[in-house]
Design a protein around this ligand. Structure first.
Ligand SMILES: Nc1ncnc2c1ncn2[C@@H]1O[C@H](COP(=O)(O)OP(=O)(O)OP(=O)(O)O)[C@@H](O)[C@H]1O
Ligand SMILES: [Mg+2]
Length: 362
């Protein structure tokens, strides 16, 4: 069972450079959340602050009842065992083989015997598709392979909280789909609380239960996917559609002259290059693979969204209801299929899923 992470009034600066201020959010127990934001807005700094690697000037980070910004080094060491972290650059030890890198948390934090360590490491290596590469050094493999090795290491302790900094960067689309599916499957199996930092719009729209958006030193929004995916908030809308036109610019700040120019271009029918997807519909979330348990977080999340529903605009309420009905249908189909005996126990993990008759890549 995952644990809740509750962040309140968090502010972080390096010297005179403020990175973000007054960030408050709760990663709900066992739910998958995604943190979005333009490059350089401090998403990686936020992740590192959650595990106490960086120290905020203000605010609190409560993990399992302990404020990790105030606790002792010994307490922090214990709390860290709850986390599995995939750093943006993989953060592998360059002089250790992949096997030893992945075994590291087990040897450091547990008293497991070497043959037990080997079993766990080889299972995780298999899970991320690196079988055969375990004796290689990080410098001898591709960037995407290093990323997957980092993920394997993040998973060896069966963490209750999983933080992934851009798990998809440097990966091809098929492996990105596998990794996304893997995160959902792991969440279904161990009900871990997950936070994923990503720039991948497909992932943002189909994987998390909750989405947050950092922009101009602030958390613009954080909440259920149903709320953000139907939001008219300009920053959120622009980011999720990947459009050039909007408040986000090449160097973050856009002045009013540029904004006026864009409006004129848009009025003249010139495209900002964003997706033309219909944002009045919520794309169904990716479901666990056949044979996996259902995600326990779904019911809790649904309850929260239903409570929030009356506060949303009428169109959004309608979209959320349609989305819920479609997801219920997909789950019912999955249940029927799982119980039909048509799915073998060793069914391969599928990068594609069928959504209401349409096949959709993740
Ligand atoms: N240890 C540090 N010391 C000083 N400044 C830092 C440190 N770590 C990060 N920064 C600064 O904090 C800002 C945010 O960096 P961060 O890596 O969190 O951005 P990000 O949102 O993860 O970007 P990207 O999407 O490109 O990964 C940057 O201006 C960076 O230079
Ligand atoms: Mg980063």
């Amino acid at each position: 069972m995952g644990v809740e992470v509750s962040v309140s009034g968090l502010t972080k600066s390096f010297g005179s450079q403020n990175i973000w201020r007054d960030v408050s959010l709760t990663l709900p127990t066992g739910e998958v959340s995604a943190l979005l934001g333009p490059s350089g807005t401090g998403k990686s700094v936020f992740l590192k602050t959650l595990i106490g690697l960086l120290h905020p000037e203000q605010g609190s980070v409560i993990v399992d009842g302990t404020d990790i910004t105030q606790c002792s080094a010994k307490e922090l060491y214990e709390i860290r065992k709850l986390f599995g972290v995939l750093f943006q650059d993989g953060a592998l030890f360059g002089s250790m083989s992949l096997f030893d890198n992945i075994a590291f948390p087990l040897r450091e934090h547990t008293k497991k015997k070497e043959d037990e360590v080997r079993d766990i490491v080889m299972e995780k290596i298999d899970l991320v598709g690196l079988t055969g590469a375990e004796d290689k050094l990080p410098g001898e493999i591709s960037g995407g392979m290093r990323k997957r090795a980092g993920l394997a290491r993040a998973l060896v302790l069966d963490p209750q909280i999983i933080l992934c900094d851009e798990p998809d960067s440097g990966l091809d689309p098929v492996r990105t789909a596998y990794i996304s599916q893997l995160l959902i499957d792991i969440n279904a199996q161990i009900d871990a609380t997950v936070l994923v930092v990503t720039h991948n719009i497909n992932i943002a729209r189909t994987i998390p239960d909750n989405i947050g958006m950092l922009f101009r030193k602030e958390l613009v929004m954080f909440g259920p996917r149903e709320v953000l995916l139907t939001s008219e908030q300009p920053v959120v809308k622009q980011f999720l559609s990947g459009d050039r036109f909007g408040p986000i610019g090449m160097s973050e700040e856009k002045d009013s002259a540029v904004a006026a120019q864009e409006e004129a271009m848009a009025a003249a029918g010139i495209s900002g290059g964003g997706t033309k997807d219909d944002f009045t519909e919520i794309i169904p979330q990716v479901q666990p693979n056949p044979g996996m348990p259902e995600r326990k977080a779904i019911a809790r999340h649904r309850q929260r969204v239903l409570e929030l529903l009356p506060t949303l605009p009428p169109d959004a309420q309608e979209a959320v209801r349609r989305g819920m009905a479609e997801e219920d249908e997909i789950r019912a189909e999955n249940r029927a299929r799982d119980h039909s005996g048509l799915v073998p126990d060793d069914a391969p993990t599928a990068p594609l899923r069928v959504v209401g008759g349409r096949t959709q890549s993740v």
